[in-house]
Design a protein. Structure first.
Length: 280
């Protein structure tokens, strides 16, 4: 039997743990804090020789200047619609494919799943040209569906959900089949309700991937009417003046806020989904 630690040792251990966690939190949050405070600074103070986290003068107009430097209202709607298509598509395709690999018996299942996982090893850049030619022939350039085309499904999402569905007891599935449930009914009434956290995690990761995408949306669009928020950052770089760092920081903060708010509200589902899937 392990000896019980004295009260003062437990307190010291808890204080040490909190100090370490606080240190890691500061290291992680510092770049975001620097970005936010830099968005209020004058241009010459962003990279001054003497480091000051807080602005010497607060320039709140940087946000208005950044918003007016490009049609960010249109970019925001485009990013939101593209992310919505991506999330909906990945949630549907990943859950169906994952359940098939986890609980449906068919020939060559293990081999096909191995080949499917091998697709994770293919760099995204290697598929850009084939995807572009396909989207172009389908007349989907300059559309939200065309931007979301390369992210309509996710190999990692399928893998994560398969790990979750594998933990559903086979006896529960067998009992449902004895009651006359088909595969689709099992999926809807058993798999989905018991895996909401993992499905939410896949949706959150899909949103982040779509929201932060730059190269593919830039290739597939050629007009501001169809472009996304990340492309709008290039408007902060003036040919005659160079990068406008306070405006870039302000625009980056605007772009980042929806992601932060979404993660705050869905954090418990994200953590729970990762734990239940067995991934760390």
């Amino acid at each position: 039997m392990k000896p019980i630690l004295p009260v003062h040792k437990k307190i010291l251990k808890e204080i040490l743990r909190n100090l370490i966690l606080t240190l890691f939190m500061i290291v992680v949050l510092f770049p975001f804090l620097w970005m936010i405070f830099a968005s209020f600074k004058p241009d010459q103070d962003v990279f001054s020789k003497e480091f000051h986290l807080l602005p010497s003068q607060w320039h709140f107009e940087n946000y208005m200047d950044a918003w007016n430097a490009a049609p960010f209202g249109i970019f925001f709607v485009n990013s939101l619609s593209t992310a919505g298509i991506t999330v909906l598509s990945q949630v549907i395709t990943c859950t169906l494919a994952a359940y098939g690999f986890a609980k449906v018996d068919f020939k060559c299942k293990k081999f096909l799943f191995t080949v499917f996982l091998a697709a994770m090893m293919i760099p995204e850049e290697a598929a850009i040209i084939p995807n572009y030619l396909l989207v172009q022939r389908m007349n989907l350039t300059n559309t939200s569906l065309g931007i979301a085309f390369s992210s309509l499904t996710s190999v990692f999402g399928v893998f994560l959900l398969r790990q979750t569905f594998m933990q559903i007891p086979d006896d529960l599935i067998a009992a449902a089949r004895l009651d006359g449930c088909g595969v689709l009914q099992e999926f809807i009434h058993i798999a989905v309700p018991t895996s909401k956290s993992a499905i939410t995690t896949v949706g959150l990761l899909a949103f982040l991937s779509s929201w932060n995408a730059y190269m593919w949306p830039y290739m597939i669009t050629d007009a501001n009417l169809h472009r996304t928020l990340q492309i709008g950052l290039k408007y902060m770089i003036k040919p005659d003046m160079g990068p406008q760092w306070p405006m870039i920081m302000a625009a980056s903060t605007i772009i980042l806020m929806p992601v932060i708010l979404l993660f705050i509200f869905l954090q418990k589902y994200f953590v729970s989904g990762m734990v239940k899937s067995g991934l760390k």
